[in-house]
Every structure is written in C-alpha cells, then in structure tokens.
Design a binder for this molecule. Structure first.
Ligand SMILES: Nc1nc2c(c(=O)[nH]1)N[C@H]1C(S)=C(S)[C@@H](COP(=O)(O)O)O[C@H]1N2
Ligand SMILES: [Mo]
Length: 392
C-alpha cells in the first residue's frame, strides 16, 4: 500500500537497495542499504556482503527504538526480487492440519485487530566471535540485535479462522526467499503450537510505525517475542500446521544446541534441542570501547534484555567481576523490549579501566562471565566488556 509520496520514495529506495544487494558485490550492497535509510550515522558493520549481513554499531543503541534503516540485517539467501513484493498481490496460504485451509491477502490481515509489541530481535549467532575455540558462521560481535515496535495481527487469530485440528502440534513457516542454487534447502522453520497461539506472537506488517522494509521481511514476517530471530520468518508466504517439527536442514541440523553441556571444541553430535528463547544479556552503549575521556563524572549507559522473563537488575564491575554495583534501570518494564540503564561513574585517577556489565532476569538467571561453548556458537551472553582511557 503506497500511502504517500514519501512512502513511495522509500519503497523505491528499498527496491534499489535490494537490487544492489542481490546482484552486486560489496561495498555497493552496504552503501545501497545505507543510502536506503538516508543514514547520517555511517554504514552498518557488514559481516557478509552477499547476501548482505550487517550489524549495528553498539553506540546507536542509545536510542530506545532502533530505526529500521539502522537495524541489523541477516538472511541466508537475500530478499526475494523487489518486483515480486507487492502489498496488493501478497497472499499467505494457511494449510496442513486445519479444517479450513485459507489464503489471506494483506488487506484481509489489515482488517483484523492490530496489535503492537515492542520487542528485541536478536540473531542466535550474535556474539559468536567471542567464543573460544572459534565456531564457524558469521562472526557477529555485539550488534546483531535491535529493539523495534512491531505491528501486525495475532497468529492465533489467523489460525483460529482456519480451525486447527487436534493433532496439530507445530506451525511451519516458509518465506518467498530462494537460494541461488536449487540444491540448497529452503529456509523452513517451525514453532510449537503453544508459541504460535501465544497472544504476543504476531504476523507483523509494520516496523516502528512504517511498512516493513524489504530487508526486514516486507510485506509480512513472523515475530516471536522473547525468542531468537530465526523463528521470525521474513517474506512470509506459507503457514502449515503439522504434527511434527519441520523437517529439513534449518530445523533439524541448524539452529540447535547440545541438550547437555559439551566440552569446548567438542563437536560429536549428541542429542540437541532447537534454539528458542533468548538468554539474559546486557550491553554497554556509552562510553564506547577504546574511548578516551577526562577524569570527571561520566554516565555509563546501556541496554539489557532477556527472553520471556523481564530483566530485574543490571550490575557493573570495575575490578574484573570481583565486586559489582547495581545500575539504575530507566523507564518502565515492558515485556520483550530492552531496558535502558545508567550508572554515574567517576574514575579516581587517570589510567586504563575495564568496565563490565551483567544482567539478571526475573527467574534469577544471571549473565555469566562466558557462555557455555556450543559447536555453532549460539546464544552468547558473556559479560559485556569495554576498556576506556581516563586522562588527567
Ligand atoms: N525468510 C527468511 N526469514 C528469515 C531468515 C531467512 O534467511 N529467510 N533469517 C532469519 C535470521 S537467522 C535472522 S537473525 C533474522 C534477521 O532479521 P532482520 O534481518 O530483520 O534483522 O531473520 C530471520 N528470518
Ligand atoms: Mo540469525
């Protein structure tokens, strides 16, 4: 739906950006994405250029909502061709173990009750670069995460119209993106029916009050608040209710962690479980790593989030984790959103300081010094760490 001239321009830019992303090598892809957002803050940090995978510089998390054009980008094959994305022609087919299989047009969904949720979206591989020994995959550092306001319809409302049969235990999603080589498996994922029917699980068509940008799944994506981002299927076209977890590589092999702890470096395939909920985590947003600052009071700022239990506490340490002091949590608690925090600090003398932070959630889970090693390098939530230089 083109609602204004600005909208139209934005769409055109997004289309252009996507064309560049798909058909041209970097740095054009990065530049195009950047231009698409008319960013004044510099490029995102590209980790893979084709398809374009990029993370947000952590200092930008000083704003509560991450702007769509500054939001990390990740996909396995890149977006579908932009000329195939049309709000008017887009349909989502719902089938499988339902009594009334149906196709929904976007306009049908827009007529249903709209719900809004502010939620963190984070790649399971965020922080992978910090695991030792190293694990294969995109070497994300700290910025494959963002906090946005998502608008859409409850998946539950859609599924109820189709009447799930009693044997339906998993809901499988497919998007319109396709691998370049046909032998590569499609990105097909499923979530248990309990999560699908949770009132906060939505099919989102807006991000921060604007239609979803192409790179973030236009015109429709799944959003599973509190869960890792690979369940948030972009460019959504198919929903099937099934008796079992989705088959195929992206559910049965990828996005799994060992069911029992393994020794670092140990890759022997024991039983594994799918990655689902996020783990408690916090980041220092300001000052930034390596910053030089004068010896007066400064405000250390950050963000903290968890899975479905809220963050109740964040601490910082200036002595490598021997002692911790609580920070001040700002604003009010909002389920699934991140919580901003502050701590006023004055260095007693010039020198080099390491600042650590760790968050605690309502279940009593505390961010560990290092996350348990796993072969795919998922779910990193070790203490965040920056070093600053205090001058006289
Ligand atoms: N259709 C589709 N959806 C997808 C993916 C994909 O490759 N194809 N990648 C997933 C992964 S791994 C992540 S981290 C998020 C990234 O969402 P974003 O690019 O909007 O930040 O999208 C998820 N949804
Ligand atoms: Mo991801």
């Amino acid at each position: 739906m083109i609602r204004s001239r600005r909208d139209l321009l934005e769409r055109l830019w997004q289309g252009l950006a996507a064309a560049f992303v798909v058909h041209r090598a970097s740095p054009s892809a990065q530049a195009a994405h950047d231009e698409a957002g008319r960013s004044a803050t510099g490029p995102l940090i590209a980790r893979v250029t084709r398809p374009y995978d990029a993370e947000t510089p952590v200092r930008e998390f000083a704003s509560f909502l991450t702007p769509a054009h500054r939001f990390f980008v990740r996909s396995h094959f890149g977006p579908p061709p932009p000329d195939t994305i049309s709000e008017d022609r887009w349909t989502v087919r719902v089938g499988g173990l339902v009594d009334q299989p149906q196709e929904f047009r976007l306009a049908d969904l827009r007529r249903m009750e709209a719900v809004r949720v502010t939620a963190v979206l984070q790649c399971s591989g965020n922080g992978r670069a910090f695991y030792r020994p190293r694990t294969p995959g995109v070497q994300w550092e700290r910025g494959a995460v963002g906090n946005a306001e998502w608008t859409g319809v409850r998946l539950r409302d859609v599924l109820r119209r189709c009447a799930i049969r009693s044997g339906g235990k998993h809901v499988r999603f497919k998007g319109a993106d396709r691998p370049v080589v046909e032998t590569v498996p499609l990105f097909v994922r499923s979530i248990p029916v309990e999560k699908a029917l949770h009132p906060d699980t939505i099919l989102a068509y807006e991000m921060n009050g604007r239609p979803l940008p192409l790179l973030h799944g236009a015109p429709l994506r799944v959003l599973t608040p509190g869960w890792m981002a690979e369940s948030c299927i972009k460019w959504l076209t198919e929903i099937d209710v099934e008796a079992d977890e989705a088959q195929g590589y992206y559910m049965q092999t990828a996005y799994r962690v060992p069911a029992m702890p393994v020794r670092p470096g140990e890759t022997a395939g024991g039983p594994s479980v799918p990655v689902e909920e996020m783990v408690v985590k916090s980041l220092i947003v300001a000052p930034h790593d390596g910053e030089t600052m004068p010896a007066r009071a400064v405000t250390i700022q950050g963000v903290a989030w968890a899975g479905t239990a809220p963050v109740v506490r964040v601490d910082i340490s200036l002595d490598e984790g021997r002692t911790w002091e609580p920070v001040r949590l700002l604003g009010r608690e909002q389920p699934y959103a991140w919580r901003q925090w502050q701590f006023v600090w004055q260095a007693k003398k010039p020198g080099r300081y390491t600042i650590l932070c760790r968050a605690t959630d309502a279940r009593g889970e505390v961010q560990p010094a290092m996350s348990p090693w796993n072969p795919s390098g998922f779910l990193w939530n070790g203490w965040d760490r920056i070093t600053v230089e205090v001058t006289a």
